[in-house]
Design a protein around this ligand. Sequence first.
Ligand code: SF4
Length: 256
Amino acid sequence: MDIFDEIIRCMKEEASSSGNVFVRRKDLAEFMGEQIPAAVRPAPAPQAVPRIELPEEPPAAPPAMMRKALPDLSNMNWQELHQCALQCAACPLAPTRTNVVFGCGAEQTELMFIGEGPGADEDAQGIPFVGRAGELLTKMIKAMKYDRSEVYIANIVKCRPPENRNPSDDEAAACIPFLKRQIELVQPKAIVLLGAVPVKYLMGKTGITRLRGNWMEYEGIKVMPTYHPAYLLRNPAAKADVWKDLQQVMAYLGKL
Ligand code: SF4
């Protein structure tokens, strides 16, 4: 029984006991017409509030590493240069690297090798040319009658480009001052460029197939472009060409 039934029952009881209907018809009609004072109006049945699925808050993004211009490297010694590279955030490769792959080998030597950039193994260990291509480079160096510790090995970029892609123009331009200062400190007599990327970004030339085996010059230093060891793993037949290029370097350095 709701409140209306209760009121009507009370009015009927009153009317039958007193013989008078003291609630006027109009008043009853108002009740029945639901013109009921708010105080006695029954609360509307609660309606189910549709659940609104709010989108989940995205996880907080890691603080973006601020891109920072390189300081002047031109007077830095090895230790300062290395320290600067370890803290470098001058290009978009900084946030995704595991290690800065600065370079390795003799700090002053007659022969230098330059590759393109660290791969997964190099990024994990912080040392250039340590994967399968690195093993092949070590064999090439031995065939040239050097130990790996007697030469200097570096890359165009010091941090790994994601998915082993080539460094972008922007990334290479940001990083090349490190390599240029490394070359100044190593003072090599000859540089071997491994693949198209170092030829493009150190010498400003493209077309490794056409350029390999032909001497170039960088700041008075003899430069020999040849294929990258990773290319030789995919195309072993090209080893003969590379050996010819390396023999030219050996002849120049008095190793033949
Ligand atoms: S790739 Fe070179 S310029 Fe870019 S963050 Fe690494 S060290 Fe700095």
